[in-house]
Design a protein around this ligand. Structure first.
Ligand code: SR1
Ligand code: MG
Length: 437
């Protein structure tokens, strides 16, 4: 490994060329032990460090390194998709995009993403803050535990990253530079383009679903040409609308929580895309958790109360997003779009508010499309969610998955006519109870 050079704060960035080699718990202390930013945070002699590989995601190695002073997380990209194996190569440069996204997210939405201590581009590794005692959000929801402020914090995070990384706020040259930088994340975007927007809607090779229980509804969805057209409209928005820096994979495994704290991790799918993309994917994940809940909380009263909380989180996320977005519109609209020279400075402040209303309405409509598609791909595609997959009995799992599949279609096809969050919540409840179907 090359030597470390220091940049602002305690962060170090590797600059020398070295050969990539995946870490193991045995090799990590010797290979990272001479990095001051790591050694200081972990403490003690490297040979005494306790190292555990804990990666349970689809792509990377993740190590927790503990010593006498504390602990850090070391995330290293593998040159292939971990979920599938080395038959599916994937470039190491995704660590570069993750690192660049993390430092931008920290800048525009401070205190939410893990602090970066060291980045080594050649080794495709990021050393970052170890979030303790956080667990992934889906672990928390499947256990029926609430998270104070979840919707408020996530809505604010999505609004701040969306607004402040867009032409609404950024200087035009800087924004175009970032569009160029993140446009290199080709292969991870390609995963989303295929696995999210296309594969669920035909009999693609890597797809899987609960069969034979869901065969009927799956055939119905794949025969629904209006749905397939709308899914491709959303895919066109994904590929063509370089509006803002999106996290790119904001699901319940990319959020870490305690009962009172919320953090966002894993932006390796970062790209410039629609303002509505992250919040839409997140909403889809909340709604799947809602439909899966009766298999995780068998007590009906507990389950109903928790589902009410989940729908409350869904509402609060949107309300927090819309409120924060409007606040930023009023106070930080210094970019090239909707300049105050055209509105407030002409005594047309009311028109600026109308423009904000219209943009929020467009974001709302688009997020419903992304949410519905996310719900489809997590039940029909390659990468599922534990909320459903951990339900062992397919006869219990399938009807719950069907609720999300059908709600997903309702959202995608109805997205231009649904104008408020309460309608979305009513639709989710109706699919849960079977009312009005
Ligand atoms: C092959 S990667 C499958 C999925 O895992 C990631 O977390 C993304 O969600 C991706 O679509
Ligand atoms: Mg991830």
């Amino acid at each position: 490994m090359g030597r470390a050079s220091t940049s602002p704060g305690a962060l170090t960035v590797e600059t020398c060329v070295s050969r990539y080699e995946p870490l193991t718990p045995d090799t990590l202390p010797a290979r990272l032990g001479d990095l001051a930013s790591v050694a200081d945070a972990v403490g003690g002699a490297p040979e005494t460090w306790r190292v555990e590989e804990v990666g349970d995601g689809n792509l990377n190695l993740v190590f927790i390194v503990e010593g006498s002073a504390g602990s850090v997380v070391v995330k290293q990209a593998l040159p292939y998709v971990r979920l599938v194996g080395d038959s599916w190569p994937l470039p190491l440069k995704r660590a570069y995009f993750e690192y660049n996204a993390l430092i931008r997210q920290e800048n525009v939405a401070p205190g939410i993403v893990p602090g970066v201590k060291h980045f080594d581009e050649d080794q495709a590794l990021i050393v970052m803050e170890h979030l303790v005692p956080h667990i992934i959000l889906r672990g928390q929801t499947m256990a029926g535990r609430e998270v104070a402020g979840l919707g408020q914090i996530m809505g604010r995070f999505c609004a701040e990253t969306a607004f402040r990384c867009s032409d609404l706020a950024m200087e035009a040259g800087a924004k175009k530079g970032d569009v160029a930088l993140f446009s290199g994340n080709v292969e991870l975007c390609e995963i989303t383009e295929n696995l999210v927007f296309t594969d669920p809607y035909f009999d693609a090779e890597m797809n899987r679903h609960t069969a034979p229980q869901l065969d009927g509804v799956v055939a119905e969805l794949r025969a629904d040409t209006a749905l397939k057209i709308e899914a491709q409209h959303m895919k066109r928005a994904f590929t063509a609308r370089a509006e803002t820096l999106c996290h790119g994979d904001l699901h319940a495994g990319s959020i870490m929580v305690t009962d009172t704290a919320v953090r966002v991790i894993d932006p390796e799918f970062a790209f410039y895309g629609p303002l509505s993309f992250d919040i839409g994917m997140l909403m889809g994940n909340y709604l799947m958790a809602y439909h899966a809940m009766s298999a995780h909380l068998r007590d009906r009263t507990d389950c109903a109360a928790y589902q009410t909380w989940l729908l409350g989180v869904t509402r609060e996320t949107w309300e927090s997003f819309a409120g924060r977005f409007r606040q930023l519109w009023q106070t930080e609209r210094k970019g090239i779009l909707y300049p105050s020279a055209l509105y407030e400075d002409q005594g047309h402040g009311d028109a600026a508010e109308r423009a904000c209303d219209e943009l929020l309405a467009e974001i709302f409509s688009d997020l419903l499309g992304f949410a519905g598609i996310e719900m489809h791909r997590r039940i029909l595609g390659l990468a599922h969610v534990a909320e459903f997959d951990s339900i062992e009995d397919p006869d219990i799992r399938a009807p719950l998955e069907e609720r999300s599949l059908r709600l997903g279609r309702d959202l995608v096809l109805g997205r231009r006519d649904i104008t408020d969050i309460e309608t979305v919540l009513d639709m989710a409840r109706a699919r849960e109870t079977g009312e009005g179907q």
